[in-house]
Design a protein around this ligand. Structure first.
Ligand code: SUG
Length: 446
């Protein structure tokens, strides 16, 4: 059946800032305390979406979450008017305010995990919001993410599930730890669920947090009704996590039958390749392994440049385009690897480097910024059209960003009630423009 891969990019939020919140995410740890430019960040994201549309791909977006998140601050005992809560939190609990202000929902590869209707037992497209339990600031995302996904994908074609219960090490980071291999987007696929640890092990195999629990991945495969023949659970290499691969999409990316990965991405590389080959054969396709040797690109170079955090895309003529961050062009090792890949006989015929530096400084590359959803023609028509973009809508979105976003933000600004107020005005306008009604908590309160 004809099906499209639609990329839903996270529209960067108005509070995009460098909080230094993610242990194990080297870029985020290094950027702490520097000033951000939310407007530039959003415009860089829009430029990427525009490039995708120019190239003939279908493009959607997910709106920012409302931040600072007042309901959470109130749960921590702050009272009074919204302005008073933000001001008091800025003075008495600046780290809490920082966590409640993160625009981290922009990385929609962590919004949830998707199963196309071609793969699920009941023939519906399934989505599960990711609990993001490993990092406090990200654990606040899933209720609103689930609401957003339910709004975008309402009706009989779709099944949207609430997040797997978090707590302890029961983390789920969504599509960033999931890949799907297939002959083409519309055919049956093999789901690769990549995990860091068991939630119930007393000890973690890593120094940095291993964010994805095997039990959470299993729960998702089960509730998405993925048959045994179409699922594999693969352990991340602890060495990669400790080198800064806090999500598997920092060291691997799948598209169609191709899997591009670093030699040290998985705990058991040979076992992983054999299992993929066997299951793919039963599904009627041959996987294409594009392995990057550690001798050519070290884990450190891969993580600094985000070579693998790229979008690997099948173009209309069947050739593959690799959309990467400019950092992968600036790093000599990865630039040389890209050159050789395009010159070689592999599926990648073109590379495109994009400036996403604002997001990259928080550890978010092109692949982090998008959630891939395979949709049939009927599903595409049935979903809420307010989440889909074309050139004209992108122009309007850009005007909206230019009107509402600040060009400089520091941690000290987060306690400013005027920021909260301005963000709400902007988001209220956005939901009206999308035609999605009252999506945000602040629009629903009495
Ligand atoms: O979860 N950074 C995000 C980056 C997510 C990248 N996503 C994928 N690899 N798919 C994270 O670590 C940093 C926020 C701060 O420090 O202000 C942050 O949350």
């Amino acid at each position: 059946m004809t099906a499209y891969e639609v990329n839903f990019d996270g529209l960067v939020g108005l509070t995009h800032n460098y909080g230094g919140l993610s242990l194990g995410n080297i870029a985020s740890m290094n950027s702490q305390e520097s000033a951000s430019n939310p407007r530039e960040a959003a415009l860089q994201g829009i430029a990427k979406m525009r490039t995708m549309i120019d190239r003939g791909f279908k493009q959607g977006f997910l709106p920012p979450h409302d931040r600072p998140h007042l309901p959470t601050l109130r749960q921590f005992g702050f009272t009074g008017s919204d302005a008073e809560v933000v001001e008091a939190a800025g003075k008495r609990a600046p780290m809490l305010l920082r966590n409640c202000s993160s625009a981290s929902a922009m990385w929609t590869a962590n919004a949830g995990t998707i199963a196309p209707s071609a793969d699920s037992g009941d023939g519906r497209m399934h989505a599960t919001a990711a609990n993001l339990g490993a990092m406090f600031h990200r654990s606040l995302e899933h209720p609103f993410t689930a609401r957003t996904l339910e709004t975008a994908f309402a009706g009989d074609h779709f099944a949207v599930h609430a997040a797997v219960p978090p707590g302890g090490a029961m983390g789920d980071e969504g599509a960033a730890n999931h890949g799907r291999l297939c002959a083409d987007h519309g055919s049956q696929g093999l789901h690769l669920y990549v995990y860091g640890r068991s939630a119930f092990d007393k000890e973690s195999p890593t120094q940095f947090p291993a964010r994805q629990a095997l039990e959470a991945s299993r729960a998702i495969a089960d509730q998405h009704q993925i048959p045994e023949e179409q699922r594999l659970f693969i352990e991340q290499s602890p060495e990669a996590i400790d080198a800064g691969a806090f999500h598997n999409d920092v060291v691997s990316v799948a598209n169609g039958p191709a899997l591009l990965y670093h030699e040290k991405a998985f705990a058991d590389l040979e076992g992983t390749k054999n299992a993929i080959t066997a299951k793919a054969a039963a599904l009627g396709f041959e996987p294409i392994f594009i392995e990057v040797a550690d001798a050519d690109v070290s884990l450190a170079d891969a993580i600094q440049s985000y070579l693998f955090n790229s979008q690997l895309l099948t173009q209309a003529d069947g050739s593959m385009l690799l959309l990467l961050p400019v950092e992968a062009q600036e790093n000599e090792r990865t630039r040389l690897w890209c050159k050789a890949a395009v010159a070689g006989n592999g599926p990648i015929t073109e590379t495109l480097f994009m400036d996403l530096r604002q997001s990259m400084r928080n550890g978010g590359g092109p692949a982090c910024l998008r959630l891939r959803v395979v949709l049939t023609e009927a599903e595409l028509a049935a979903m809420h059209q307010g989440f889909l973009l074309d050139h004209a809508k992108l122009d309007e979105l850009q005007v909206w960003v230019e009107r509402h976003y600040r060009d400089r933000l520091t941690a000290a600004d987060l306690g400013d009630p005027a920021l909260l107020q301005a963000n709400r005005v902007a988001l209220d306008e956005l939901t009206q423009w999308m035609g999605v009604g009252s999506l945000y908590d602040f629009q629903r309160a009495d």
